[in-house]
Design a binder for this molecule. Sequence first.
Ligand code: NAD
Ligand code: ZN
Length: 262
Amino acid sequence: MKNDIEQAGKLILASKYVVGLTGAGISVESGIRPFRGPGGLWTEHGEPPMDGYQKFLADPKGYWENIAKRSGVTRDFVKALNSAKPHPAHYALAELEELGLLKCLITQNIDNLHLAAGSKKVPEIHGNHQKLRCVECYARYQREEISLETLPPHCPRCGGVIKSDTVMFGEPIPVDVLRICQQETDKADCMLSVGTSAFVYPAAGFPQEVKRKGGALVEIDPYETDLTPFCDVSIRGKAGEILPRLVDCIKTKLQHGETKSK
Ligand code: NAD
Ligand code: ZN
């Protein structure tokens, strides 16, 4: 384990443009369950229907009216999202950006915890549960900015229908955020993947693209993932334990004169 952290630290320092990729696993220690793997919501309850967006388009008013009637697993998941706070892994990634070593952090999470921890450049490929989005012009709004007096709400800018910013099953990734993720992946010569089963595309394809063009891949996850065969280093452990150690290791190397690749 110590050697893996050392090796990951060296790779990060030797790279010119490191991009992070996080998934549900990084927020497990903040009390939000992942979907897959041990303890996952779907592992326990089975996969939900994959046509959420089609149902929304067919009846946006019904979608909004049903939000208040959420029950069981969904209600518990939303409750966990609303009360979660960032933990040391989120702060470690924010520090890596502050040090100039992490250029961008692509997240599949909708929980807002990277932004809450102070990370700045965070394309949220599956949206943010605290925001709303217009399906026509992609404008994002804080929930309190949009009146829910008439349902469905409409975009103050263009009149389009408003939904949660969270990407639903069956919904295309908004093109604006997808473009940023693609541009960042194109620039990356190293990707640091944390807590993702690397099962959900297009995000799962980003590390593979970095690898294909000769870049380095580092993974942090307690279990083997679909990405493991492509990784230069796989660190097996919890994000909250490993990431602070990785950042400490990098800072020690910097203090001892090891310089960042220019
Ligand atoms: P996933 O549920 O498919 O996989 C989670 C991964 O995290 C697994 O590989 C698991 O081994 C690992 N893991 C578990 N505990 C960990 C820990 N303490 N530290 C590090 N890794 C740990 O997650 P996914 O790949 O992100 O795909 C599921 C999709 O569901 C995402 O795209 C996301 O949009 C959504 N989701 C988001 C949240 C959230 O916002 N926190 C939570 C659940 C699901
Ligand atoms: Zn609009």
